[in-house]
Design a protein around this ligand. Structure first.
Ligand code: URA
Length: 410
């Protein structure tokens, strides 16, 4: 295999064969193909796309790079959800334990922050001690015990996505349909699911900017899932303003805990219930009940305990993970909030330290925004539009500028 020729074929708009794609993924996973060649190939795919056959080959090659989950014959139904990514999208943290209340098994393999969007693993790691790097055996044992596990790609499970995901994050090659399909579906197929719901986002804070792009992505993922025998549902949600009122790793865990205890922002709870209904046999009032009566919260605490996290720290996470500077940003005039631009807030969160610009950047779990105002709210001068959490005054200034730019009040 001559890797420069494969990159050249894609650069010039050609189509790669199954064997070529398998060789590339095999070599990259084994450390025999350097990041600079994979970066070049990813950028060529970003610009020239892939056919459905190439996308299926890429997904299959990435799936085959690691182990897949296997369950006992008489085990419970195995379900999961995956989002294509958005700002303030903490749905997984609430949904996975909620589904486990329905005696389903939820073996959720997630990713870290990607581009301007936050990642479930970075959020979970804001909980002191929480381990996301579980082996398949550890994950299976935990499913038997609590019905829910939230983990990352490892050297054994989805290793190709683990490497490629981190590379795409810092090489501006995330918003590519075939790369997103293969990344998401290789993880979900490794879970050997009975049913999957995909939450496809579109809008300023999503990788797909229009409904048309989102539909094309959703149908491609559904086709791959169905071809592999997984009952695959797709839901579409806008991502023009952040989901909920918090953006940033620890801040989003705090908001998830509020939601798991029956409170939390209304838009977050609505999406959680809508997605849960797609893969659970429980009806809406039962699902609402598990949030309101503390069952989902207890499942979450149990999962945190199993994965080495300090569940006692959960209720005081605001203090445990407190940024040095917290500044209220207030309205300068009366009016109605017309827009809260998710992309501007996502970009600023990354600059504050909540995401990465280089592969080895270390995440700051404390920074971000909370108490964000929602579109449609009437405000008076002096009302809080949001709070910025930063490491220093310069960061708080940056956050204030971004928030004022993001919010339109008329
Ligand atoms: N989520 C993933 O797991 N991969 C992507 O490429 C985008 C969102």
């Amino acid at each position: 295999m001559h890797i420069p020729s494969i990159i050249e074929t894609k650069r010039d708009g050609g189509v790669l064969g199954d064997e070529e794609i398998r060789s590339v993924i095999g070599a990259y996973t084994a450390g025999e193909m350097p990041d600079y060649q994979m970066s070049a190939l990813s950028m060529a795919i970003y610009f020239n796309g892939m056919t459905m056959e190439e996308t299926a080959s890429l997904t299959r090659a990435m799936l085959d790079s690691g182990e897949v989950f296997e369950y006992p014959e008489s085990g419970p139904r195995v379900v999961d959800k995956h989002s294509t990514g958005g700002i303030g999208d903490k749905v997984s943290l609430v949904l996975a334990p909620l589904l486990a209340c329905d005696e389903l098994w939820v073996p959720m393999i997630s990713g870290r922050g990607l581009g301007i969007t936050g990642g479930t693993l970075d959020k979970l790691e804001a909980i002191p001690g929480f381990r996301v790097g579980l082996s398949r055996e550890e994950a299976m044992a935990q499913l038997e015990k609590t019905g829910v596990v939230m983990m990352g790609q490892t050297a054994d499970v989805c290793p190709a996505d683990k490497k490629l995901y981190a590379l795409r994050d810092v090489t501006a090659t995330v918003p590519s349909q075939p790369l997103i399909v293969a990344s998401i579906m290789s993880k979900k197929l490794a879970e050997t699911l009975d049913a999957l719901v995909l939450d496809v986002k579109f809008g300023s804070g999503a990788f797909m900017k229009t409904g048309g792009e989102a539909e094309s992505l959703g149908s491609a993922m559904q086709a791959v899932g169905e071809a592999m025998g997984v009952d695959t549902r797709v839901c579409y949600h806008t991502m023009d303003e952040p989901l909920g009122r918090a953006v940033g790793n620890a801040l989003e865990v705090v908001e998830s805990i509020e939601t798991l205890k029956g409170g939390g922002p209304e838009d977050l709870r609505r999406i959680v219930i809508a997605l849960a209904k797609e893969v659970s046999s429980a009806d809406e009032s039962q699902l609402e009940g598990w949030l309101d009566d503390g069952n989902a919260w207890r499942k979450f605490q149990g999962m945190v305990d199993c994965q080495g996290g300090d569940s006692g720290a959960l209720e005081k996470l605001v203090d445990v993970q407190r940024a040095p500077v917290i500044r209220d940003i207030t309205a300068e005039h009366d009016g109605i909030i017309i827009a809260v631009d998710a992309e501007t807030i996502g970009r600023c969160s990354v600059s504050l330290g909540a995401g990465r610009s280089k592969a080895d950047d270390v995440i700051d779990p404390t920074v971000g925004f909370d108490q964000l105002i929602k579109v449609g709210t009437e405000v008076s001068t002096g009302d809080v539009l949001g709070r910025v959490h930063a490491t220093d005054e310069a960061g708080a200034n940056l956050g204030e500028r971004a928030l004022r730019e993001a919010i339109r009040c008329e």
